[in-house]
Design a protein around this ligand. Structure first.
Ligand code: 5AD
Ligand code: SF4
Length: 450
């Protein structure tokens, strides 16, 4: 009988992608997906270390897993194997076993292909349970291919980061920047499209730093890769995330102007609007640079919408610096955003900086900033009401007879439509902006873009 696997994923889209690949790998070893941990034989927690709260969640989940295991052991003689994967595994390694000795395997993001072996050691009750090296073989080659899971698929093109923003753990947990060869990416994209995907989101911790080897032996940047992907038949939409402003080169900006498949929506984390804070963060751009990049993008693609990440309460951020961030947000205008209180992370330079900001001040600033960003997001969504927009129908809605898809600007759109329309690109007349989505009606059917 097949063994049952439950993977719980925290954090970024790269983790979502990695979880899919771990599931494909474990399927080769006889595991099939279970809907929850309760009757799984193997539970994998794919973890996030970006902020303290994210890391702490893992330990509370492990507490629940210990109880589950004890209950199942009492009832059936054996509880599920527990593996901790992802960035907490990478950052904390053996320390996880100290806090949670019942964990069977700890495996960092570069070592997922070793997971079956680690679990086999558990059965044989031998050997180490921690694998957090950065092996020479690329995990992209060592893991089985991703399958198309739906009409919108993720495709990792780059992993790791060499930017070393002073607040960020990613360069330590995900390692040095590595770009996949373009031929492998194009082949994977074709497979995804053959499997039904109509939209591909290119993933990387620093995706626009992509510089993979091209089939011509030359180095390809992200713009070149996107232009090649745009030639794939039936691949209607291309997105990429997460990008860094310092890597928004002229080519890539131009691609937004002349590749119609490249969606007019860009996640471009700004982090702060104050030059001194940006410098202390080692972000490598000024607020003026950021404004100019946005202006250039909007001049080639006037309907481009932006989303961003902002950190408040970075060490040394005074009231004036915070005001500068608010001003920048007002000047640029964001359709979507993620904002956070600065969280000092062990091993990062900013954690040791003087002038750390008090928790209460961080909370006040976050509330003010989020108020402004929410107003902008609401205004952006309301502005879509009354318009007719192309929507890729991706999944059934919560109510019978309803499907959900995405607008070009990544808004979820609900519409009454037959399930047979799943995977179609349709025109939707938007009637209402709800808190987290838009609602509309099918307008005249669009020709499928080629
Ligand atoms: N504290 C708060 N936010 C952080 N981020 C990354 N590291 C930290 C930290 N130490 C935020 C940044 C990044 C997003 C993924 O998480 O805004 O863009
Ligand atoms: Fe972290 Fe900066 Fe790299 Fe983004 S660019 S992953 S914030 S170090």
């Amino acid at each position: 009988m097949a063994k049952k696997l439950f993977i719980k994923t925290y954090g970024c889209q790269m983790n979502v992608y990695d979880s899919e690949r771990m599931a494909s790998l474990l399927a080769l070893h006889g595991y099939e997906a279970a809907p929850c941990a309760d009757d799984a034989d193997l539970v994998v927690l794919n973890t996030c270390h970006i902020r303290e709260k994210a890391a702490e969640k893992v330990y509370s989940e492990l507490g629940r897993m210990r109880l589950l295991r004890e209950r199942r052991a009492a009832e059936a003689g054996q509880g599920p194997a527990i593996a901790v994967a992802g960035c907490v595994a990478q950052a904390e390694g053996e320390a996880i076993l100290e806090r949670a000795p019942f964990v069977d395997a700890v495996v960092g993001p570069q070592s997922y292909h070793r997971l079956p072996e680690l679990l086999a050691r558990r059965v044989r009750a031998e050997g180490g349970r921690v694998e957090t090296g950065f092996p020479v073989e690329s995990k992209f080659d060592a893991l089985p291919e991703a399958k198309a899971a739906g009409f919108s698929a993720f495709l990792a093109v780059q992993e790791g980061c060499d930017k070393f923003c002073t607040f960020c753990v990613v360069p330590y947990t995900r390692g040095a920047e590595e770009s996949r060869p373009a031929a492998a990416i194009l082949a994977e994209a074709r497979r995804l499209v053959a499997g039904g995907a109509r939209e591909v989101t290119l993933l990387g911790q620093n995706v626009n730093a992509y510089h993979g080897e091209g089939p011509d032996g030359r180095n390809w940047g992200l713009a070149r890769l996107i232009r090649e992907l745009a030639d794939i038949d039936r691949l209607w939409r291309i997105r990429y995330t997460t990008s860094h402003p310092a890597d928004m080169d002229g080519d890539l900006i131009q691609a937004h102007g002349d590749v119609p498949q490249l969606m007019p929506y860009l996640h471009l984390p700004v982090q702060s609007g104050d030059d001194a804070v940006l410098r202390a963060m080692n972000r490598r751009y000024t607020r003026g640079d950021y404004r100019r990049i946005v202006d250039r993008l909007r001049s080639v693609r006037p309907d481009l919408a932006l989303s961003t990440d902002v950190i408040v309460g970075f060490p040394g951020e005074d009231d004036a610096a915070f005001e500068a961030t608010l001003r920048l947000v007002r000047e640029v205008g964001f359709a979507q955003s993620y904002s956070f209180k600065y969280s000092p992370r062990p091993g990062t330079p900013a954690a040791l900086l003087p002038r750390q900001v008090r928790e209460g001040v961080k909370a006040e600033r976050l509330a003010v900033l989020q108020g402004l960003l929410q107003e902008q997001a609401d205004a952006f969504n309301r502005a879509t009401v009354g318009r007719t927009v192309p929507v890729l129908l991706e999944r059934p809605g919560r109510h019978a007879g309803q499907l959900v898809g995405k607008s070009p600007w990544l808004q979820a759109v609900h519409v009454r439509a037959d399930a047979g329309r799943l995977g179609d690109m349709v025109q939707v007349a938007v009637d209402a902006a709800l808190p987290h989505s838009l609602a509309g009606r099918l307008a005249l059917s669009a020709e499928a873009p080629s």
